[in-house]
Design a protein around this ligand. Structure first.
Ligand SMILES: *Cc1c(COP(=O)(O)O)cnc(C)c1O
Length: 418
């Protein structure tokens, strides 16, 4: 039995408020209507399947009934608001390959100004934006420097090598998402015929695998200084740059002032259905636009998506601040409910968190056990690696949901034999 949340919502009285979907009342109506039958449909994972059904170190996990759950697997799971759907229908469109889609052109102009760069390019995904940045900064045979836990290296198939003939030196990533400047400097190649030319340093802000940690502006300054000294470019994977800006209490343009190029996703915490933006100098963006066509990313009436992206930007600060507030409440609530005897077995990181809560499990508790328990109560988390669960707040999660999650957590810890 599967009813998409989207179709269900469109049968509700229409509204133009972006927040409508998040309104506790509406969510309650929506959920209570469905919970009545989902409760009876609750499936329990057979014990012998538990290990094989759950991902070991996977980055994605599939469930049949996601639309009936409180979904905290990612900030990508949100559905477009009624306001976004209306904007899609009403968007003024044209052929973007001809440069004639006014909604896309407006979004690109707005983003260039917002991030303090000369130009911007609207692209299909974050992966495409990062790839175009790398291809535009580097020549075939060049090398880039990247953290081994950075998205660009870990989750984009090594596309820089696969499609660009570019090699990488991968560096250790600290728990705060930084690479040591000394390690970066050590990795820069000498001008020697045996070696590739080092062209680019890639950083990530906020750092996903570090649990959404923001890189401090002091750190960004030190990377900039190093790059200038060695005549390197710096690209920032800023999929979640708004989360960084709000955590650091600085403007997104200040963060971007330390890098040559930056990619941001509209499809993460900002809540748009798809699309990312790449910003940099005019020359860099012209180059990226040309490469975008080569990888099949020249799209036509993309204004339907740019319209959603524009709305997502209008609400960015409000949305992200709310997610951060929720993440703090959740992390604190989890630790408060953890009995003394389990404190070393399950712990939520509360330090400098943004929109993610990383829960570390060991000894008496396993990640798959926690994920399965919550899933059996229609709450979805993601096993991030063998010892960590990633819980990502997003605008589909309201404050009532937090109480429900914490109640279920209480039931969970009560069920563990200490
Ligand atoms: C999601 C993500 C990307 C890639 O975005 P897609 O739109 O999924 O291709 C890149 N970097 C980081 C840090 C991300 O979290």
């Amino acid at each position: 039995m599967h009813i998409s949340r989207c179709r269900f919502l469109s049968s509700l009285p229409s509204t133009s408020s972006f927040c409508s979907f998040r309104s506790p009342q509406r969510r309650h109506f929506f959920r209570s209507a469905k919970c009545q039958f989902t409760r009876s449909l609750h499936w329990k994972m057979p014990a012998h399947q538990e290990e094989t059904l759950l991902p070991e170190t996977g980055y994605s996990t599939k469930v049949d009934n996601a639309s009936q759950c409180i979904d905290l697997r990612s900030d990508t799971v949100t559905l477009p608001s009624a306001e976004m759907k209306k904007a899609m229908v009403e968007a003024i469109l044209g052929d973007d390959v001809f440069g004639e889609d006014p909604t896309v052109n407006q979004l690109e102009k707005r983003c260039a100004a917002l991030f303090g760069k000369e130009a911007a390019l609207f692209v299909l995904s974050g992966t495409m934006g990062n790839l175009l940045a790398v291809l535009s900064h580097c020549q075939r045979g060049d090398e880039l420097i990247v953290g081994r836990h950075n998205h660009i290296h870990k989750w984009e198939q090594g596309n820089y090598a696969q499609l660009g003939g570019i090699s990488a030196t991968t560096l250790k990533v600290n728990p705060d998402g930084t690479m040591d400047p000394n390690d970066i400097e050590d990795a820069i190649r000498a001008n020697d015929q045996h070696m590739p030319r080092t062209a680019l340093v890639c950083i990530e802000n906020t750092h996903n695998f570090a649990g959404g940690k923001a890189l401090s502006t002091d750190y960004l300054k030190s990377v900039r200084k190093l790059a200038d000294k060695h005549k390197l470019k710096v690209h920032m994977d800023g999929a979640r740059i708004y989360n960084a800006a709000i955590a650091l209490n600085v403007d997104v343009s200040e963060i971007c002032s330390y890098v040559d190029s930056m990619m941001m996703c509209f499809s993460k915490g900002l809540g748009a259905p798809m699309g990312s933006i790449l910003v940099g100098t005019r020359q860099f963006i012209d180059e990226a636009r040309k490469k975008r066509k080569a990888v099949g990313g020249g799209w036509r009436q993309a204004g339907i998506l740019a319209a959603c992206a524009n709305l997502a930007l209008d609400r960015a600060v409000e949305t992200i601040e709310r997610d951060h507030r929720h993440a703090k409440l959740l992390a604190k609530g989890i630790n408060e409910r953890t009995p003394e005897a389990l404190k070393s077995s399950i712990h939520a990181d509360e330090k400098d968190i943004t929109n993610m809560v990383l829960v570390t499990c060991k000894d008496k508790v396993t990640t798959s056990q926690v994920v399965a328990f919550f899933q059996s109560h229609s709450i979805l988390f993601m096993a991030f690696d063998s010892s960590r669960i990633r819980i990502v707040l997003n605008w589909g999660v309201c404050e009532n949901d937090l109480h429900k999650i914490l109640d279920i957590y209480q039931t969970f810890v009560d069920s563990i034999k200490i």
